[in-house]
Design a protein. Sequence first.
Length: 184
Amino acid sequence: MEISGGIQASLAGRYATALFELARDERQLEAVGASLATLKQALNDSADLRALTTRPVISREQATAAVAATAAAMKLDPISANFLGVLAANRRLAQLGAVIRAFNLLAAHHRGETTAEVISAHPLDDDQLAALKTNLKARLGRDVAVEPSVDPTILGGLVVKVGSQMIDGSIRTKLNTLAHAMKG
């Protein structure tokens, strides 16, 4: 299954593909993947970093200096640090989240894995993630990389997206279905 064509159709996908190919050629996929995971977590946790990546009033020079300092403080690998600088210089920092998602898809495909986006109402612990991976592997017949996220509005249960397939076991959806059925 070739996925790079679909990914390359977007701006973030083209950046992710370039980063993936560079990391693969330099045999640094693990280091870049770890750095991007750190960046993803920082984007979720830090309002300042989100502001840096989304505010258009920050000049190229300020953004470039800020991401260089951020990369050094977070101890990102050199490829990821340089890549952040390229995004800042090209005024594409707003694409960072999408680039990380596309890179993770490419890396998972390279490892022979399928990527599953899992949305839960509360953070899943390591045992729950391991059990989920095992169940998905049995269902899909191949290794599965899980990208967990939290959305309290689903109330409980899980929403699992694998490619174009979605399994919605959220309480919110079940309540909406019940409400719709009761209306007749």
